[in-house]
Structure formats: C-alpha cells, structure tokens
Design a protein around this ligand. Sequence first.
Ligand code: SF4
Length: 246
Amino acid sequence: MTHLINPDKEQKPKALDRGFLHCLANLYETYGPLGWWPADTDWEMMAGAILTQNTAWTNVEMALTNLKEAAGASRFTAGWLLEQNPEEIKAWIRPSGFFNQKTPRLFALAHWFVSHGEDTQRLHSMPLDDLRSELLAIKGVGPETCDSIVLYAAQKPVFLIDAYTRRLLLRLGYEVPRGYESLRANLEQLVKDERPYEDSEVNLGTSSELCWLQEAHALIVEHCKNNCRKKPLCSNCSSLSCQARI
Ligand code: SF4
C-alpha cells in the first residue's frame, strides 16, 4: 500500500473532485500528448497487456521484438501464435519474466480473440459489460489487463486503473476505495459529471471521451514512472496542490 510521504501535511482523504482533472491537465502540459498504446496492431497491444504484467515496459518490448521477428512475413497475429509450440513462445517472451504463466495466458487470449474473428471492430460493437465479462473470464486476465484491452484495442471508454493511479490519487489526498470496481465507478462518475473533454481547461488536447481516457491513463503512468515514483522527485512536479509534496 502507498502511504502519504509527508505525514506533516496528512489530512482527511477527500472525495474525488475537479482538482484531479486539473492535475491531469498539468501532467498533459508536461508530458503530452502521449497517444498511447505503443503498438503496431491491436493484437500486439493485447499481447503487450499480458506481457506487461509485473514487469517494466522495456522488457515487454524485447519480448514483442522476439515474437515479431519469429513471425516474420507471417506477421505476429493471434492465429500465428496458436500455431506455435508453447515452449518456443516461452523462450521468445522470456525477457518479460513469468514466462511459464504468461505463455498459457497469451494462448488463452489468442483463442478468445480468434473466436471473435481477430476483429476489434466486433469487440467495439459489444456491450461494455459483456466484453468485460468475457475478458475477465480468461485465465490470467484481471481488471487492469481487461480494461487495457477494452480501452486501447476495443476502443471503448473506461477509466483504466493501475497501481500508479492509486498512488497518485492517494498522494493528492483523495479517498481511494480498495476495490477496483468501486474506484473505477468513482472515476467514471467524475468524468460523466464534469465531461472534461468538452472543457478547454482540462481536455487533454481532445474533444473525444475515449481519447481523453486513453491520454489520462498514459499521463498517470508517465508521471509515476518519471517523477511520482515510490520515492518521488517532487521538485520536477507541477501538482502544486499535492499534500504529499516533499
Ligand atoms: S511527484 Fe508530484 S504528485 Fe507525486 S508526491 Fe511529489 S508533488 Fe505529489
């Protein structure tokens, strides 16, 4: 669990408010536009969502490069992956770590994607709850991996939450429910109420709700990797209202 890092400034946690949108707008000034997810194809995005579990993105890039080189002219697709020997897949994704767990997860996700014709347009057409239920039923796909795929491959608007999101919200002094779905509901309610993509002060360079949500997640990750680390580099940070500033 992330604790506030400046106990002298610790206050009672507050409900999510517009201040969080201004924080994101400040991050956009610093890092944006990021235009995530970094992938050449939707399947590469989806495979990356599995490979990035519990590892740094640089390791994922090495694993994806191995897979794409192995696929060569056949192109790295879900269908191609299903024709491969799992032992070879393990060797190719070894740089991403946990390759014994991630290999069957990749196969399970590939089976599911092939069952939908490897067509993200079909995923986009599904009701959000149905799409999330199907993804969450795949072994090894938890809420974060699920919503990565929903947001960036299926292009459906969800607020994607990861450990960085929780860390930033806590440090900004917000209440952070323990459960993923509760926090997602709170963040999505804020977006629904405030419609930040229609507000030039906080629109993160887009008038699209989907693109706003895609950029918001990318900005949080970028900020927490660069500055709001476990031991934060607050002197580089524009979040003046942060009560955890040291
Ligand atoms: S880096 Fe910014 S957001 Fe993170 S603790 Fe420091 S002031 Fe707060």
